[in-house]
Design a protein around this ligand. Sequence first.
Ligand SMILES: Nc1ncnc2c1ncn2[C@@H]1O[C@H](COP(=O)(O)OP(=O)(O)OP(=O)(O)O)[C@@H](O)[C@H]1O
Length: 335
Amino acid sequence: MSRSLWTALHDRLHQTIRQRALFAPHQAILIAVSGGQDSLCLARILVDLQPKWNWKLAIAHCDHRWRPDSQATADHVAALAIAWNLPIYREVAESIPKSEAEARVWRYDVLSAIAQAEGYSAIATGHTASDRAETLLFNLIRGSGADGLQALGWKRLLGSTLGLVRPLLETTRTETGKFCQAAELPVWDDATNQDLRYARNRIRHEVLPYLETHFNPQTERHLAHTMELLSADVEHLEQQAAALREQAMGDRSLEAIGLNRRILGQASLALQRRAVRQFLQQTLQFSPNFAQVEKVVSLISAPNRTRTDPFLKRAIAEVDGDWIWINDLPRSPHS
Ligand SMILES: Nc1ncnc2c1ncn2[C@@H]1O[C@H](COP(=O)(O)OP(=O)(O)OP(=O)(O)O)[C@@H](O)[C@H]1O
């Protein structure tokens, strides 16, 4: 099942993994394989690179029960894993996810649970430069800021000992397709990828080809580069904002939680927004929207005693001299 060959893509991936420190030698890596060309290409190349790195590899497949052939897809992926002498972990959704977003949350939960239970410290996915270009366009038309536009990064922590790694971010879908053909990899065609009712697919099959024909034949690569640049910028800003938040939070031994607005006031608006968002995420354990962050940011220069409307019906932010305090409201018995 598949033909062994060494390609320029093997060399490129080996270099990328080394230069970006994506995986360490001897690391245990769980490869998330949908059966499509991107994740099959990734799995095959990691299997071929394995002797150089001594990784412990395995394959995981999640069956969303979305299509009539979904069990056949899972069997197909399992057969491939067995042919390559790799352990295979399969999970079937108890209830069918109602949206792409719900499926994604379930999939990452399942992959993380398998990795943690079986001792894998990385999950590798087959996201490509093409996914980056599509995600960038998709989020751009929804009005995302830099954070949304750089959504697909090389490495992300899923827990204290588990990382999500995307080694193919410099490889396009055309390249993974060519590789699968040359290596005779049995790609499972997912018919929903052609379905133009999904916005993602319209971007892939209509918008990008239009831009490439009428504006710039390298559009896909250029958009992926834009995401790469934004990714590094956002990482830097997040680190700076974390330092500002730490400084502005002052003495943590106090019972109340607050931010010092004199310290925040000396920083740029970009860092103020990020520090406030991080602070709300950390203290209230929810992801604030744009308007909620703006309200708290406006308190930095507001008159004493100004207060916001309740967040999530349970907390308010209020100015007291140099401080913005977050007060948890007493819960009503009906909330
Ligand atoms: N059913 C599946 N089982 C295992 N892994 C999967 C499955 N579906 C997707 N993946 C992994 O996720 C990668 C991206 O897949 P796809 O682009 O279809 O999903 P997505 O929902 O856009 O992903 P994400 O939400 O992570 O951006 C695949 O290359 C593969 O590694």
